[in-house]
Design a protein around this ligand. Structure first.
Ligand code: ZN
Length: 190
């Protein structure tokens, strides 16, 4: 717990060195505050609570959150909705050593969406959240991996494999028939 607080403070401190977003001043104080903010609009407004590092500029008296603060705030919103946080999504992907691109291909998630969920730029739908949770179980991920590798194999058949009757040299007769039916290539061989 101590370590976590230290690293969070350190990140926040690095941002403080960049200065105040309003006046550019460097005299900035950091304070961990039990912070309540509104989320949503209209009738859907809910109050969400989080302990966040709040920066305040001594010169112009404004308060603001740095990236770390925004990340903590976003996680509180995810917890409120009962959905996986951006880091938890990233951890599921990394568990299987996938890049965002690789994970998107196998799961059929849009890569732009996946990128937004992991950055905390948008929150995944409840159905997507359920699917992501199921993918924490390796045997479920394996089903998708196998489907994906099958589909790429089909696309990568060589000419010899696609047209055994024309291109093949040592195919057995019954295999040729099976292949011709499999790929639905007319005319059939009798
Ligand atoms: Zn300032």
């Amino acid at each position: 717990m101590k370590d976590k607080e230290f690293s969070s403070n350190k990140e926040a401190f690095e941002h403080v060195e960049l200065g105040c977003p309003l006046c550019g001043g460097n005299d900035i104080k950091l304070e961990w505050v039990d912070y309540t903010f509104n989320y949503g609009s209209g009738d859907d407004v809910t109050e969400i609570n989080a302990i966040v590092p709040v920066m305040s500029c001594e010169a112009c008296d404004i308060e603001f959150l740095d990236n770390e603060g925004e990340r903590i705030k976003h996680e509180a919103i995810c917890r409120h909705h009962g959905v996986l946080t951006p880091n938890e999504i990233k951890e599921i992907r990394k568990k299987y050593n996938y890049t965002q691109e690789g994970f998107a291909k196998v799961t059929k998630f849009g890569i732009a969406s996946l990128n937004r969920w992991e950055r905390g730029a948008s929150i995944q739908s409840p159905s997507t959240d359920n699917l992501l949770r199921l993918l924490t179980i390796p045997s479920n991920m394996k089903i998708l991996k196998e489907r994906y590798s099958k589909s790429t194999k089909n696309n990568e058949f060589s000419l010899t494999e696609k047209f055994p009757s024309i291109m093949g040299s040592d195919q057995e007769y019954h295999q040729i028939i099976i292949r011709s039916e499999e790929f639905n290539i007319a005319p059939q061989i009798h």
